[in-house]
Design a protein around this ligand. Structure first.
Ligand SMILES: C[S@@+](CC[C@H](N)C(=O)[O-])C[C@H]1O[C@@H](n2cnc3c(N)ncnc32)[C@H](O)[C@@H]1O
Length: 232
């Protein structure tokens, strides 16, 4: 007899994030979670997402996977009011920070998915995204942990169909083995055109990059690298 729970478990992607809880939320963060999460979250379910209905009047749709403390997502949303931005992040404190940023900046162009990005991406219509950001993803530095890294061929196969031809994807890391592995994965996929024309294009932060608190900690083993790709 087949145990469906077993097969569901086998089909689920390996967890690519660490803890989802951490320090207790501050009273303000608890209030934000209680009073604002439902306003800004994308509802759970299996149904397809309607991005035009989610972001009325917006001209383009961006995705940030693993927004952490939300500094980059909030700043990008403020600088790009015509863009609807979906941010995915299972870490509770990060979600609370995103809600705080949305409220403080009075943004109408951010929606939050407080969970693993992958099932949400599966609900997106084909060729709907203009940009995607995977910035300093969990490094999983030990060799036996590499299988938990988000950027793998399977992940690209989920994400690529959701991006418009000509759309942009940005990956950044400060972990050498992840930089090497991710670049190889993107380039050998064949559907992601690496845009670097000179070393400074990947060694220096792109002009529109917004540095986050996590990035500033420089926890990795190399200087940060930024890889920008165009979707074929
Ligand atoms: C190391 S932090 C970096 C946060 C942020 N991008 C920055 O640069 O400050 C990586 C974040 O990615 C989130 N993450 C990892 N896997 C994810 C997934 N499958 N879906 C959504 N978020 C994920 C983690 O919870 C974590 O907060």
């Amino acid at each position: 007899m087949t145990d469906t729970r077993d097969s569901e478990f086998r089909d689920r992607p390996l967890r690519s994030f660490g803890r989802t809880g951490g320090r207790p939320l501050s009273p303000r963060q608890k209030t934000l979670m209680a009073e604002k999460l439902d306003t800004y979250r994308i509802a759970e379910g299996d149904g397809p997402l309607d991005l035009c209905a989610m972001f009325p009047g917006k001209e383009a749709f961006w995705l940030e996977i693993g927004f952490g403390g939300a500094e980059h997502m909030i700043a990008q949303a403020a600088q790009n009011p015509d863009v609807g931005i979906i941010g995915c992040e299972p870490f509770l404190e990060g979600i609370a920070k995103a809600l705080g940023g949305i409220e403080e900046t009075d943004l109408n162009n951010v929606r939050v998915w407080p969970d693993d990005a992958r099932p949400l991406i599966a609900r997106m219509p084909d060729q709907c995204l203009d940009r995607a950001f995977v910035l300093f993803p969990d490094p999983w530095p030990k060799r036996r942990q590499h299988k938990r890294r988000l950027v793998q061929a399977d992940f690209l196969s989920i994400l690529h169909p959701k991006m418009k031809p000509g759309a942009r994807l940005r990956f950044a890391t400060d972990v050498k083995s992840y930089a090497d592995e991710a670049l190889l994965t993107f380039v050998s996929d064949g559907r992601f055109e690496w845009l670097a024309a000179s070393p400074d294009d990947w060694r220096c932060p792109p002009q529109d990059h917004v540095t986050t608190r996590y990035e500033s900690k420089r926890l990795g083993d190399c200087k940060p690298v930024w890889f920008d790709f165009r979707i074929r």
